[in-house]
Write a protein that binds this ligand. Structure first.
Ligand SMILES: Cc1cc2nc3c(=O)[nH]c(=O)nc-3n(C[C@H](O)[C@H](O)[C@H](O)COP(=O)(O)OP(=O)(O)OC[C@H]3O[C@@H](n4cnc5c(N)ncnc54)[C@H](O)[C@@H]3O)c2cc1C
Length: 391
């Protein structure tokens, strides 16, 4: 029987944080729980960076160090090793966003290929990851997505995008390191899906190496999963999926409204939750040919996955099932799961301070807007502070 209070153990949850780190986390979540402060902070930080004001040190000592592992791979190593002592693995996530030049796409490719080598050498990094928009121009994906004829230059450009996907998947397979491909806005996702399916057919012939991402806030994703499953069975390859709820809900709904089409997003939070849990159930029932990476901070979905595993007599450390959270968030889920021997990996963002600002701002905004999330973090930290005081 799974104990649904497992995640309440704050001693385990914060075992890696000393008192001053705990204080910093408390201060930080307190700040980002105040919406106007996040709004003002965003404008002020963007201005200060553009104006070359010396605020990097301040960002580094606060939000950056809480949500990121470091400025480069080596910089992340101490944190990676520390987490791994508690059984929590890392997925190094090169979080430089919004770059649009071929040079920068090639640089992102080089970084991901390096991470695969790094991962091969370190048990603490079992999985690599990349974002499709890190490997090609957003507008190009959009054209491809909409079936627009590409001109000669664009065709060459698209070939380079495919070649970058291919280079990563090929190396991942050669090094036996799984690779997660993030999902982004729905209006580029068909193009991404087609490319990832193509990679799965080539590289997932013996086991899941290439993982696509299913955003379960989209009401069409269960049908997509079933269709992909039927095709994989027919053609004889494995499937790997990272299941998430989805990070672009407001943007998706706004665009659908503006362009007057039906929003791809589920009608309610509850519908998204059910859709996510249905996908977990479906995948657990077909583990013979698929692997799950459950990327979620939702306690109920995490407990549900533990219960489904127990029902099916699946070992906690079955290599086909991973739980994933973001570094700096929901340690109570990650560390309590690893304590029980489940496979857990935290996305560990890294990159130069000013280049990961869009990521950091998203985290701050998400923690302001995702109902309950910040409150939950604050309550847990407070509980642990009390526990330490009385210990
Ligand atoms: C390891 C990891 C990897 C991730 N990778 C990706 C990725 O590749 N692509 C991506 O898009 N996101 C990604 N995310 C973010 C993820 O999609 C969610 O935004 C975030 O995790 C919050 O969802 P949750 O499952 O943790 O739980 P909760 O906090 O329970 O759920 C919040 C989510 O529910 C949905 N939701 C909220 N309100 C409504 C509503 N009214 N109607 C319908 N749905 C609603 C939204 O998706 C919202 O983000 C990742 C998260 C993790 C932990």
């Amino acid at each position: 029987m799974i104990n649904r209070n497992t995640f309440d153990d704050t001693k385990i949850a914060f075992s890696l944080k000393n008192d001053s780190e705990l204080e910093r986390a408390y201060f930080l979540f307190k700040m980002i729980s105040v919406e106007p402060l996040v709004r003002i902070g965003k404008v002020a930080t963007n201005f200060a960076i553009k104006a070359n004001l010396p605020i990097e040190g301040l960002i580094r000592a606060t939000v950056f160090d809480h949500f990121c592992g470091g400025v480069n791979e080596e910089d992340c190593l101490p944190v990676i090793n520390k987490m791994y002592e508690k059984g929590v693995s890392s997925v190094l996530d090169y979080s430089v966003e919004g770059k649009e030049s071929e040079k920068e796409f090639d640089n992102a490719l080089k970084t991901v290929l390096n991470i695969i080598e790094f991962a091969k050498a370190l048990d603490a990094i079992p999985i690599a990851v990349f974002k499709p928009s890190g490997f090609g121009r957003f507008k190009l994906y959009e054209k491809k997505n909409n079936g627009v004829d590409l001109n000669a230059d664009e065709l060459k450009e698209w070939e380079r995008v495919e070649a970058r996907f291919e280079a990563v998947c090929k190396k991942a397979k050669a090094y036996d390191v799984a690779v997660l491909i993030d999902a982004e806005e729905s209006w580029i996702q068909d193009a991404v899906d087609a490319l990832v399916t193509k990679m799965m057919k080539i590289y997932n012939t013996e086991k899941p190496i290439v993982f696509n991402t299913l955003q379960m806030y989209r009401h069409d994703r269960m049908a997509f999963l079933k269709k992909e499953h039927a095709m994989a069975k027919r053609e004889g390859y494995y499937l790997g999926y990272k299941l998430v709820r989805g990070a672009y809900m407001e943007k998706e709904n706004d665009r659908a409204k503006e362009k007057k089409y039906e929003s791809p997003i589920c009608k309610s939070k509850q519908a998204t939750d059910e859709n996510f849990n249905d996908a977990l159930q479906y995948m657990i029932n077909h583990l013979d040919c698929m692997s799950i990476f459950a990327g979620t901070h939702n306690e109920n979905s995490s407990y549900l996955l533990m219960e489904l595993m127990e029902e099916k007599h699946i070992l906690n450390n079955d290599p086909r099932i991973w739980f994933g959270q973001l570094y700096g968030m929901s340690d109570h889920i990650s560390f309590n799961l690893s304590h029980l021997g489940y496979n857990v990996a935290k996305y560990m963002p890294f990159g130069p301070v000013k280049d990961v600002m869009p990521y950091l701002i998203r985290r701050a905004e998400e923690n302001t807007s995702v109902a309950g999330q910040t409150g939950r973090e604050l309550a847990l930290i407070k509980k642990e502070k009390e526990r330490r005081k009385n210990a």
